[in-house]
Design a protein around this ligand. Structure first.
Ligand code: ZN
Length: 200
């Protein structure tokens, strides 16, 4: 409000204080001021709340793969450029994957453990810079090495994990992994398991 209106309002309040001084003047003025304050900050809060609600993720987020098999909710970020909070932790490990893959791997590891099989995780989501580093150290798969071309790795979408498997665990995986949507899809890497669910 303009300064003149503020001044006239103060003058008005002061005159009311004087007029009502012997009665309940103070409480009345107090309450007028409080109401005014609540109203103006209430507008701000309502706006803030509206923005916050609009920005918040949907409670029941639905996860889908696009035609290229890439998670729809991650595609816009780009391979290896996914923010940490868009991925989900695998159990209580430090490893992260696309949420449905993380949940399925967590369940698979727990079920394997019930069968007396220990499945360890060596690697999971791999940022672009790490893909570049890996290609430099291990060579490109297309040239006989062990790394995908940077920017194309399944790890870069949080859709593959490298597992630490002894022979018993590898046998268990070959028997059971597909029930959890995981497939060993790289010929020379029996540790590399990609998440290829029949449905999400
Ligand atoms: Zn791998």
């Amino acid at each position: 409000m303009g300064i003149d209106r503020v001044h006239s309002r103060i003058a008005n309040i002061q005159s009311r204080i004087i007029a009502l001084q012997t009665q309940q003047a103070a409480p009345t003025v107090q309450s007028t001021q409080t109401t005014q304050k609540t109203t103006s900050s209430g507008d701000t809060f309502a706006n803030y709340l509206q923005d916050a609600v609009a920005a918040a993720p949907t409670a029941n987020k639905s996860y889908k793969l696009n035609a290229k098999g890439i998670p729809e909710d991650l595609a816009a970020y780009g391979n290896g450029r996914i923010p940490a909070d868009a991925l989900e932790k695998v159990g209580n490990t430090r490893h992260k994957l696309w949420a449905p893959a993380a949940e399925s791997l967590t369940r698979m590891m727990a079920d394997a453990e019930k069968d007396g099989v220990k499945i360890g995780i060596t690697d999971s989501y791999r940022p672009y810079t790490e893909q570049v580093d890996l290609a430099r150290r291990k060579g490109l798969y297309s040239q006989g090495g062990l790394a995908a071309k940077p920017g194309t790795s399944e790890h870069g979408w949080g859709m593959a994990t490298d597992l630490d498997l002894n022979s018993k665990a590898l046998g268990w995986m070959k028997q059971n992994a597909d029930k959890y949507g995981f497939v060993n899809n790289v010929a020379r890497e029996n540790w590399h398991w990609a998440y290829k669910p029949k449905s999400v």
